[in-house]
Design a protein around this ligand. Structure first.
Ligand code: ZN
Length: 625
């Protein structure tokens, strides 16, 4: 079965039919397969192959003045205008042409349409294979965050970083902003001379600090992996292929915390095939970064909130590294298939953690993930519990729940359990090789599975059950339930304490890592007495914890139980950190607890330092319609 869905957009009064991107013919069984609802680009007519960017970063106006030169291939009849995605861009001029000199061409920029932004339609000369677009970004660009010096560790210089996933690249470069299209790129970034620019490309740590930095990215990437940052950045090597970029103030701590990155890289290559991106470096961002990490190729962007001093939160690095195979190499073709990126990556993360840190850590990490999944399964609507999720008419940023991550990983874990680890690792190695540098749909994955594992293991695997995992809510009967021996021990300790058999001071927490602490705290009943809260806080100094995950779990308890000795810390936490994983539950908890006024006051105070995505997400919680 095959079909084509047309989206009608109105461009300056002219109705133009824009076909969303291609679909698979062979296995297109679900109505959304291969359709990217979030892009205007007419990828069935043109495919961008390379983009060159010349970007001037203006901190005083919070804009980027850009020239983007796109080289494209014609795949249709060449009669349609070239349609690109933009959001809040001012287009100054467009030139186009073939091998000769480019000439000015007419273009029209549509109005902002829902979450997608505005379509840029460019009339092309018959032989055109290149367009050059001069433009400016808006200070409100959703993909850029401009930080004042006081929001950085050094407090002397401003900072700028991009976040293109899911559909924000279009707010700083006009392009075909869909994960279904891959392109190489080159770039020149012009900054104040005292700052350094880095990109998801071939960074040179020895490049002279002079305000002009050039990059090339020879491997084709989807637009959501386009990334750069500008700041007072230094570099420190961690291994032959790994290193850290950060402000001077956090450089040594980050390099020590993430010292196992090279080992993670080596073991992942050994099992899942070569690392195809040359170097793997980390960029440590200021604390307002809205995510844990972003897997920008060659240079993962990382929140500083995982620098705990004891490597207890480095599964985040394993996760971003794993994306070098699942996501960056084999990519979801639209946001409906996000689980192909995140479920595979979450599965790989657990495996990498086991390779590097052993079985106990592996079990604890998986159990925590399973608990997160259960929380979401309790809270989400059925339609949000599918792996192949309906994203039509929705902001793809809103479908990043634990479903694509943990439910996706649990499906892969079940397959591993049924056919054995060796067979499943071989399958993954072949999968990464076969689909390297391609964007695929859920149906492509299923067709591949049909030809390989389902054929080889008819006794153990069942196509119907796998479809149930992907296209039905919840998790199928008899799904695996990861367990941790260490956590069972913690459960006993918690029960003893709750039954007053022991005081908190009597609990031996000597060898606990964050994992045991989180499990201990997250397993507490909703209501605790004031005496119990004081007992915990005095024995373990939880309000003062410098581990952000432990502080987060504790603060949730204090909100539920109106334990105001922790509220200064709560305020400080919410103002100093912009990571949505922490902020969204804390603000939700405050609203549930009737702390609306306090949530509003803290949010207003913190807002100037939050990323646009953080502001948007949490506004919806604090100011519901
Ligand atoms: Zn991820």
């Amino acid at each position: 079965m095959s079909y084509r869905r047309l989206l009608n957009v109105v461009l300056l009064g002219t109705a133009i039919s824009v076909a969303a991107c291609s679909e698979t013919d062979e296995y297109a069984v679900e109505p959304q397969s291969g359709v990217d609802y979030h892009s205007f680009a007419n990828t069935e007519d043109y495919r961008v192959k390379h983009v060159d960017m010349d970007l001037t970063v203006d901190f005083s106006r919070k804009v980027i003045e850009g020239v983007a030169t796109l080289q494209f291939e014609r795949v249709g009849d060449g009669k349609s205008p070239l349609i690109l995605d933009t959001r809040d861009l001012t287009i100054e001029s467009v030139h186009a042409g073939g091998s000769g000199e480019l000439q000015a061409v007419t273009f029209s920029l549509g109005d902002n349409v829902d979450i997608r932004g505005a379509a840029l339609a460019i009339d092309l000369p018959a032989d055109a294979s290149t367009v050059e677009i001069r433009y400016q970004t808006s200070p409100a660009a959703t993909g850029l965050q401009w930080l004042e010096p006081q929001q950085t560790a050094g407090k002397r210089y401003p900072f700028l970083f991009t976040q293109a996933q899911a559909i924000h690249a279009r707010s700083f470069v006009p392009l075909q902003d869909t994960p279904g299209i891959r392109m190489t790129y080159s770039a020149t970034i012009r900054t104040p001379a005292e700052l350094r620019a880095v990109m998801s490309a071939n960074n040179d740590p020895d490049a002279e600090k002079n305000g002009v930095y050039t990059f090339s990215m020879p491997q084709p990437i989807p637009s959501y992996l386009l990334a750069f940052a500008v700041g007072d950045l230094e570099f420190k090597a961690m291994g032959p292929r790994t290193g850290v970029y950060a402000e001077h103030e956090v450089l040594d701590a980050a390099a020590a915390e993430f010292a196992d990155t090279e080992a993670m890289l080596e073991i992942t290559e050994e099992v899942y095939g070569p690392y195809r991106w040359d170097r793997y470096d980390l960029l440590i961002l200021p604390p307002s970064f809205p995510f844990g990490g972003m897997e920008n190729p060659r240079l993962s962007f990382i929140t500083p909130t995982v620098i705990a001093g004891d490597k207890s939160l480095v599964s985040l690095i394993a996760h971003e590294l794993a994306h070098s195979w699942s996501g960056n190499l084999v990519t979801n073709s639209s946001w409906r298939d996000l689980w192909l990126n995140e479920g595979f990556t979450t599965y790989l993360t657990y495996r990498i953690m086991q390779f590097v840190y052993g079985d106990e850590r592996y079990q604890m990490e998986m159990s925590l993930g399973y608990a997160d999944l259960q929380t979401d399964l309790d809270e989400l609507e059925d339609h949000d519990e599918l792996l192949a999720i309906d994203v039509h008419g929705r902001d793809p940023d809103d479908v990043f729940s634990n479903i694509p991550y943990e439910k996706g990983a649990l499906l892969l874990f079940e397959i591993e359990q049924k056919i054995g680890r060796a067979a499943f690792d071989q399958f993954l190695l072949d999968y990464f090789n076969k689909f390297a540098f391609q964007s695929i749909t859920t149906e492509d994955f299923l067709a591949h599975l049909e030809r390989t594992l389902l054929k080889a293991h008819p006794e153990e695997l069942d196509a119907k059950r796998i479809r149930e995992w992907i296209f039905e809510p919840g998790i199928p009967e008899g799904a695996p339930h990861p367990q941790s021996d260490a956590f069972m021990h913690v459960d006993t300790i918690r029960e003893n304490w709750l039954s007053s058999a022991a005081t908190a001071a009597e609990i031996d927490t000597g060898n606990w890592t964050y994992h045991q602490w989180k499990h201990f705290l997250d397993g507490m009943p909703d209501k605790l007495s004031r005496e119990q809260l004081e007992d915990l806080d005095q024995a373990f100094e939880l309000t003062a914890s410098t581990n952000n995950e432990i502080a987060f779990s504790w603060l949730r308890i204090t909100i539920r139980n109106d334990y105001e000795p922790a509220y200064d810390r709560l305020e400080d936490f919410l103002v100093s950190i912009g990571r949505n994983k922490f902020l969204v539950p804390l603000y939700k908890d405050m609203m549930t607890a009737g702390m609306d006024d306090m949530a509003d006051r803290i949010f207003q105070k913190a807002k100037p330092g939050y990323h646009p995505l953080t502001v948007k997400r949490n506004s919806q919680i604090i100011y519901p319609e």
